[in-house]
Design a binder for this molecule. Structure first.
Ligand code: PGA
Length: 233
């Protein structure tokens, strides 16, 4: 089971260090992937976790002010990187082509991409969920070899479920997971979007889920611990 923690743009440095200490002291936690804000990547000290970034430049090193390249991430120990998160697609207007370029940069450095795909509420209501997700996956993995494709962890995150406290029904999630796995049978597929300690009993019945991408819950270590205990039992 893969558990990735997406801190998004949260915590001051002091808060991050305290947060990290708290996680380190919670001894029985399973191995997870922590994706802090870029600024704190170099502060990562957790013995039982792998380091992930939340974004990467679609270009290599060079005259790209404000960007961070895959080789730079690699040089400080980043092993995973989220790409194509719906917040970046919306606010930074990230295109499928850029996402494809980012994935190529990451794979060149041996960093595992965590590729996010998902539909809006409107797309779901118009029955366009499968089409949207299939297109996003196709575009993001364009020109990649089968071997390269297998390095990608896919995260299905319905946009309307992110940070809202609302999740799809198990049947709805199952359907999308199955669709993704038909095309990508060798990839791990995560669920993300308001997964928490209250709905994990329901979610864990979905056997197609290989793990979770956690946003809000990642910032609450006590609740996260309950979530992980319920997931295990
Ligand atoms: P959430 O975020 O768990 O707060 O809904 C998940 C994500 O955006 O990756």
């Amino acid at each position: 089971m893969i558990i990735a923690l997406n801190n998004k743009c949260n915590l001051t440095r002091e808060e991050f260090l305290k947060y990290q200490e708290k996680l380190e002291n919670m001894k029985e936690l399973p191995p997870m992937i922590l994706c802090p804000t870029n600024l704190y990547l170099g502060e990562f000290r957790l013995s039982n976790m792998k380091l992930g970034a939340q974004n990467v430049s679609s270009k290599g090193c060079g005259a790209y002010t404000g960007e961070v390249s895959a080789s730079q991430l690699k040089s400080i120990g980043v092993a995973y990187c989220i790409v194509g998160h719906s917040e970046r697609r919306e606010y930074q207007k990230e295109t499928d082509q850029e996402i494809n370029e980012k994935i190529k940069q990451l794979l060149k450095e041996g960093i595992f991409p965590i590729l996010c795909v998902g539909e809006t509420k409107e797309e779901r209501e118009r029955n366009l969920t499968t089409k949207k997700i299939t297109e996003e996956l196709e575009e993001a993995t364009k020109d990649l070899t089968d071997q390269e494709k297998q390095q990608i962890i896919i995260a299905y995150e319905p946009i309307w479920a992110i940070g809202t406290g609302i999740i799809p029904t198990n049947d709805e999630i199952k359907e999308i997971m199955t669709t993704i796995k038909e095309v990508f049978p060798n990839n791990k597929v995560l669920y993300g979007g308001s997964a928490n300690e209250s709905n994990i009993d329901q979610l864990k019945e979905i056997t197609e889920i290989d793990g979770y991408l956690l946003g809000g819950l990642s910032l609450k270590p006590e609740n996260l611990k309950i979530f992980l205990e319920k997931l295990k039992n």
